[in-house]
Structure formats: C-alpha cells, structure tokens
Design a protein around this ligand. Sequence first.
Ligand code: ZN
Ligand code: MN
Ligand code: MN
Length: 283
Amino acid sequence: MVSKLKVGVHVSISGTLDKAVDRAKEKSCTTFQIFTRNPRGWTFKDLLDEEVNEFKRKVKEYGYDEPIAHMPYLPNLASPKDDIYKKTVDTLIAELERCGRLNIPYLVTHLGSHLGAGLEVGFKRIINACNKALNNVDNNVMILLENTAGTKNSMGTYFEDIKYILDHIEQRERVGVCFDTCHGFAAGYDLRDGKAVKQTLEEFDKVIGFEDLKVVHINDSKGDLGSNIDRHEHIGLGCIGEKGFKALLHDERICKLPLILETPIDNRRDDYGNLKKVRELAE
Ligand code: ZN
Ligand code: MN
Ligand code: MN
C-alpha cells in the first residue's frame, strides 16, 4: 500500500505554471499543491491557453491525478468590510475558473477573520461568498474549507463551525473539507498518539463525516495542544510528534487521501526530508 501513498508539498510556480509540475516530480511528490498565481496581491494575469495546455500535459504525463490549488493570502471570506469582501468574492470566482481550466479538482481556502464583528457576521459572509462564487462558475471544481488554529477572530476552528457552513451551501456537492493537522492540534484536537488520533477522527466523523474530507495538510505544530498558535513544524519534530503521525498515517480513511506538507525548509530538514519521513511513518 505504501507505494500508493499520495503525498506532496506546496510547490512554487515561479517561471511558468508547468514548472511547478516539474518541481513536484523532482521532489518525488505523488501529489502537489500550488497557488495558480502570485498569492501576495489582488491582481493577476489571465491564464494563456499555452500555459494551461503545458500544465495539463505535464500533469498527465507524470501521472498526477488530482493537483490541488490554494487560495491567495489576501482574500478574507469573513470580512465585514465591503471593499475587501467584494474583492474576495471576485477572487474566489476567478480561482474557481482558473482551477477549472487547469483541471484542478480542489481549491483549498481559509475561512478568514470576522475582525471583531462576531461569528454570526462571519458565517453569513462565508456562506454568501461560497454560494455566490459557485453560482457564478459552472464547473466541477470543489471548494475545500480548511480548519484553522483558532487565532483571535478567525473562523472555522471547530468541526461544528465547518459543518454549519457546509450545511448552508446551496450546491452542497461542490464543497468539502481540507483538514490541517497543525491547525487542528493548535485548536485543541489532540493527535499525539493512537488513542488521541482515534478520538479526534471519531469526533470529525461524528460532526462532519469522512465523505467530506478530500485533502489533508500534514504539518507538525510548534505550538502546544490548544495553544491557538499557527506555526508549522517538520513532521515528528513538533508537539504532535512521530507517534501521532504514525497513527494518523495508518488510518485507512487518512492514508488514501492526498496529503500535502506545508512544512518549513531550514538547516534541520528540507521538503525531501519531510516526504521521506511521512513515507517512513506510513510503512
Ligand atoms: Zn491553508
Ligand atoms: Mn494548511
Ligand atoms: Mn498554518
């Protein structure tokens, strides 16, 4: 089963989009995640047919079946500010369209911050943004809601919150979930050993259900359980630890999903080292 493990990293699109696919292959990824454009601004260039074709050609040639895209950094789905919110919805629409053209089935998004306006405002904004974007774009791309570490005013910390959003999406079959292990642990969901993993996954199944889980962001955590600190660590070197990841990677419902590393690169380890560690622990 180990050879079938789909694990990869977030790869850079520097140069042209198809270079990301080369990078994924060079790093021995069996899946990968990208931004479809520079994530640090609101503006972007439209995709050219030529770059779309080159990207799709390499994805097919190297045998990747479901590349993943992540929303840029600036959009805030829960923003109470009208100008930012409008730009966010426009970005979500554009990203859904771009993913559709690139044959990317999943668009992962953070749920944003209500900036003090309150959870109720945040929920309304997120639900409306997703409904609007999905009604605007007619393709098969799914929006994946990512859980958060629970930093102040952030949305989507608890499984119940994500479930509430899912249940209010009109085109329900076009939304799913991306579970980030670092964020979940920092939010208070224990993953440190077999028993804790079992409990947390049972809770996920009870509240949301595994049929909605499409991608896992597999990151260790610099912050302790319930610390609400969103700082990623190399696999096994953080507060979750090897025992926790070993248990997680041996769960049938987890190890069949695309697993994306968003771990640091420093003098202790690089992407290759973390990929190797995940494969080791999955054996
Ligand atoms: Zn994310
Ligand atoms: Mn993540
Ligand atoms: Mn994070």
